[in-house]
Write a protein that binds this ligand. Sequence first.
Ligand code: GAR
Length: 211
Amino acid sequence: MKRKPKVAVFASGSGSNFQVIVDAAHSGELHAEIVAIVTDKPLALVVERATKAGVSVVALQPKEFPSKADYEAAILTELTNLEVEWLVLAGYMRLIGNTLLSAFANRIVNIHPSLLPAFPGKDAIGQALAYGVKVTGVTVHYVDAGMDTGSIISQQAVEVVDGDLEKTEQRIHAVEHELYTKTLQQLWSRGPLDVGHEGVAKFLGPAFCDE
Ligand code: GAR
């Protein structure tokens, strides 16, 4: 039996992806232990969801720290105490800085509501509708220093509901919930996916060995 990776989910909002991930971990569908959520928004709904699920909450606001490096160093202290090995971003609306990137090299993943490289950044679904595309989608990717620029792990297309933001969002979220769990499960149980990045693929091979 492979050891379960210890995971922290980063989220700033409602946390529907967090909920699906934590439920899948509890049911055994996802071979992982969700040990913490990290949020920059102490009042976000995700905090309530985490408390109900018995998951530790690390709620720190960047404005409480003199610099981004200090903010991330404080997060890193908490994550080290909890022995966290992977970071899963699920609606965390900040760029990850060097402190966390180097501590978790090739072990940070994000979900984004578009077919990257189209529509990076905030309000990706609104951007897609404003552009008038007929098909958008969901991307799961590794995190690097850029805005939604890391190596792509998985993608799924979603048809836009003509001009209807709410219905398109619902479709996207439904796909996100399925794709994220499936992708993470593959990542942690079956070794490397097609990540299009030799260094990352090499790294992932022995990432989780039997205890
Ligand atoms: C999700 O749609 C996620 O893809 C998006 O935030 C939403 C969070 O929803 N993330 C980004 O836009 C990152 N650039 P949730 O709080 O219900 O999981």
